[in-house]
Design a binder for this molecule. Structure first.
Ligand code: ADP
Length: 532
């Protein structure tokens, strides 16, 4: 996922959005210029959250809620209104080093807690997340903008990773290998990797964390989480519930603020044995390089460029519904969102018409408003990126079939958009759009579709729509992607492996394979076993 350099510059070093709690600074003045006073709605929701103890604004280190050591804060905005939702601690290297030290200390005891006990604690955390799904969903809508129903759906999805890995905790089996010498016994133990640094993005403020922290805790690892500065509140609320569930102090720490400084502290510490990251390909590459000097394990879930391939033999309604879901979920801001809709010649016109008709019915607005299916984009940089991509396509001959501009609601709302006659030289074919724009690309043969689909450095999700079972197999096998949806646009689940090939990343999250990412394999050879 990529939002663009200017967004990163804004959050990278707590710049612009920083304000001291003690002294009004130039930065804080610029913040009040950018952000409006909170509207009644946002205020009453956040007051309710504050009263429930779920609106946390400090970092979590060694089981204690703490301010940034220099008292700096960073503002969290509601992207639908510009309201300031909260000021949260803007931390850096010092706090991260303390979080690492506490995770390192906690590892000694947490890794020795029985699997059954770890499982119970995780199960309690899952139940608390579900018990608070309404409030947590409201938090997501407040800080991230997605419609409330979708936000509550993310809580259920995010919590499912904690439930799943609470069960997997009990199934970390080793092996006994038939020995090559009669006086030996060969064993394989699986042991937790150690302290994990987990860096997560803003588009799924809960689920991207639980996919990492669930298997980490289940396997006996301890974690330092760095959520996105744009959406830290959900992470902090989830951490509060983890403490309530009995996760011991230090086993989960949360720091946020100066991303490069926090990243450097995690990378340079020999005590951190693994980095797990979801975010842009550019930052993922930096983290991978930064992990080299201390040879850390690395899991990366990076950008995609998902094709949704509609063949002539597809069921039109299924293809429209599936592509709509794959494209417009979270207003197009997921790394598995359909980024290119490849449509075969024979069905192209019918599909374009039916698809544009379906897209027109999407309702754009504040995620708290009943019936809204499309929230705002995360920030101005995201909208500008979408605008650039649309202008680029139109200037090279593509046709706007629907939308194609900012929404009349203002802020960071963008009209759900369908663009026809898109070609492979256009930016939107080559890079992740991360917004509500569906480019239609015409193709002739199955071979053409596979060639176009694979002509990218990314390889996360792909979707195909066909009623031909042989084609289903052929194309699924030929696609250079980590996930393939057939006649279905929403395929993520905690029980299946999620992850990409090529520059979309390394490793898998969710499923039994997701546990392996947090386990080391140790071979133990017992000798002199014939002695009586
Ligand atoms: P996006 O473009 O979606 O914001 P990023 O890759 O920039 O994606 O951000 C994903 C996560 O990575 C966020 O938590 C962000 O703060 C963090 N991040 C960004 N730059 C760095 C860095 N240099 N080191 C560590 N984390 C970083």
């Amino acid at each position: 996922m990529v939002v663009g350099a200017s967004a990163r510059a804004a959050i990278g070093g707590c710049r612009r959005l920083i304000t001291s709690r003690l002294v009004p600074t130039q930065a804080s003045l610029s913040v009040s210029f950018q952000c409006r006073q909170m509207s009644m709605d946002s205020r009453s929701i956040s007051e309710k959250l504050r009263n429930s103890g779920l609106l946390r604004t400090q970092g979590l280190i060694a089981g204690k809620w703490v301010d940034a050591y220099d008292k700096k804060t960073i503002k969290v905005n509601n992207p639908a209104t510009g309201d300031i939702v909260a000021d949260v601690a803007c931390m850096g290297g010092k706090e991260t080093n303390d979080a690492i030290a506490s995770a390192y200390e906690a590892f000694t005891s947490w890794s020795k807690v029985t699997a059954a006990e770890r499982s119970k604690i995780l199960r309690r955390w899952y139940e608390l997340l579900i018990a608070h799904k309404e409030e947590l969903g409201q938090l997501i809508t407040l800080e991230q903008g997605k419609p409330l129903k979708e936000a509550i759906g993310e809580i259920a999805y995010g919590a499912s990773f904690i439930e799943y890995f609470s069960e997997e905790a009990k199934r970390v089996y080793g092996d006994i290998i038939p020995a090559t010498l009669s006086d030996r016994r060969l064993l394989v133990l699986k042991q937790p990797v150690g302290v994990v640094g987990a860096i997560t993005p803003w588009n799924f403020p809960l689920a991207m964390i639980t996919r990492k922290v669930g298997p980490a805790l289940a396997s006996g690892c301890t974690v330092v989480v760095k959520p996105s500065e744009l959406t830290p509140l959900t992470a902090l609320a989830a951490a509060e519930l983890a403490l309530q569930a009995g996760v011991p102090p230090g086993a989960v720490n949360v720091v946020m603020g100066n991303a490069p400084e926090i990243g450097d502290a995690l990378l340079s510490s020999p005590q951190v044995r693994k980095i797990t990251f979801t975010g842009s390909t550019a930052v993922g590459k930096k983290l991978m390089a930064g992990a080299a000097p201390t040879v850390k394990r690395v899991s990366l879930e990076l950008g995609g460029n998902a094709p949704s391939i509609v063949f002539d033999d597809a069921d039109l309604d299924v293809a429209v519904k599936g592509t709509l879901a794959a494209k417009f979920r979270n207003s197009g801001q997921t790394c598995v969102c359909a980024n290119r809709v490849l449509v075969q010649d024979g069905i192209y016109d019918k599909f374009a018409e039916a698809f544009a008709e379906a897209v027109q019915k999407l309702e754009v607005g504040d995620g708290f408003k009943e019936g809204v299916t499309q929230g705002p984009l995360i920030n101005e940089a995201a909208v500008q990126k979408v605008e650039t991509f649309v202008q680029d396509a139109v200037s090279k001959g593509a046709k706007v079939l629907l939308g194609g501009k900012r929404h009349s609601l203002g802020m960071t709302f963008y009209e759900p958009t369908v663009i026809g006659d898109v070609k492979s030289d256009m930016l939107m074919s080559k890079e992740e759009i991360f917004g509500p724009v569906a480019p239609l690309i015409r193709f002739k043969t199955e071979e053409d579709a596979i060639r176009i689909a694979n002509d990218t450095n990314a390889g996360l999700a792909a979707y195909i729509f066909t009623n031909n079972v042989q084609r289903t197999w052929r194309v699924s096998e030929a696609l250079e992607y980590g996930l393939v949806g057939v006649n279905e646009g929403i395929i993520s689940t905690e029980v299946a492996p999620f992850g990409g090939v090529k520059q979309s990343g390394l490793g898998r999250e969710g499923s039994k394979y997701g546990m392996d990412e947090y386990l080391e394999i140790k071979y133990v050879c017992l000798g002199d076993m014939n002695r009586k």
